[in-house]
Design a binder for this molecule. Structure first.
Ligand code: ARG
Length: 287
């Protein structure tokens, strides 16, 4: 006798993949300039609280079995904690950023030096780009954000550096000024030819980009505005465990339904600088 088909879809089994990350302790964290709508220099920040919250993320990565490298924080560069902007790394090659705003330009040489000292094939940029803040690897394809920070020309450059297909996505809402604030890669490792699971906030993109995303990622999780607005998409996934903001409750539910294991870490203090979990995390792929 055959078993009757049930209407309930079974979420696929997810696999956690070992990750290697670069982080930077927020020892000098403060908000004393404003380069995104979240930053209000008039509001006080609490560096001790930022350190405490950051430590929880660091500890969780280690608990999950991941490897975390640290770069020495530079005094006078309060945004250096957001290491996602420190580069874009695939197969041991690191493409160095050139920050859009003067306030952060001085971080780039420190990241370049770190990559060199740690054996990465280090490529200096000609174009303005803010690293993994705007470049996300989805399977074989590089999703590249523009509109606020990384220049369109950096999309050509990143294609030349890595020889991979680059898909340009245009951001239109100033609150979501980096691609990693509006889109997250849920499957950091996929079989060749397979599509990576992603989640995104449709309204953060222009119409043409929304169309591209819908065509390329028909199974993507579309996140509600209220989850996007608390930086729910600024998350880090190993393919099973997805670390998200505790405030993104709708997204948490969506992840569970798809068979992922959402874990929450509150980085409310770092959100005052306009960054969250992913911003504090740079993927080091191969080397
Ligand atoms: N204050 C930083 C800036 O505006 C925050 C960077 C957040 N990083 C990110 N990957 N989204 O540059």
């Amino acid at each position: 006798m055959s078993t009757p088909e049930t209407a309930t879809a079974v979420a696929p089994a997810r696999i956690a993949h070992h990750r290697r990350y670069l982080m930077c302790r927020p020892e000098h964290f403060t908000v004393n300039y404003s380069i995104n709508p979240w930053m209000e220099p008039a509001n006080p920040t609490d560096t001790a609280k930022a350190l405490e919250q950051w430590q929880k993320l660091y500890d969780l990565y280690l608990e999950l079995g991941h490897e975390v490298e640290l770069i020495e924080p530079l005094a006078g560069y309060p945004d250096m904690v957001y290491t996602a902007n420190g580069g874009f790394v695939i197969d041991g090659r690191a493409y160095v950023p050139d920050f859009y705003y003067e306030e952060r330009k001085g971080e780039a040489p420190a990241f370049a030096e770190w990559f060199r000292a740690n054996g990465f094939d280090t490529v200096m940029p000609k174009e303005i780009n803010e690293g993994e803040g705007d470049f996300l690897l989805a399977g074989d394809v590089i999703l590249a954000g523009t509109g606020f920070r990384s220049a369109g020309d950096s999309h050509r450059e990143v294609h030349e550096v890595f020889g991979r297909e680059v898909v340009t996505l245009t951001l239109v809402d100033a609150r979501f000024y980096h691609l990693d604030t509006a889109l997250t890669i849920l499957d950091p490792v996929v079989e060749p030819g397979q599509t990576a699971g992603i989640a995104y906030l449709p309204h953060a993109f222009d119409e043409a980009s929304q169309k591209i995303l819908a065509e390329r990622f028909p199974d993507a999780i579309l996140v509600a505005d209220e989850d996007g607005a608390v930086f729910g998409l600024n998350s880090a996934s190993d393919g099973y465990n997805v670390i998200i903001s505790p405030r993104a409750t709708g997204f948490e539910k969506q992840l569970r339904e798809r068979g992922y294991n959402p874990l929450t870490v509150d980085l409310s203090e770092l959100l005052l600088g306009g960054g969250g979990i992913k911003c504090c995390t740079l993927e080091l792929r191969g080397a």
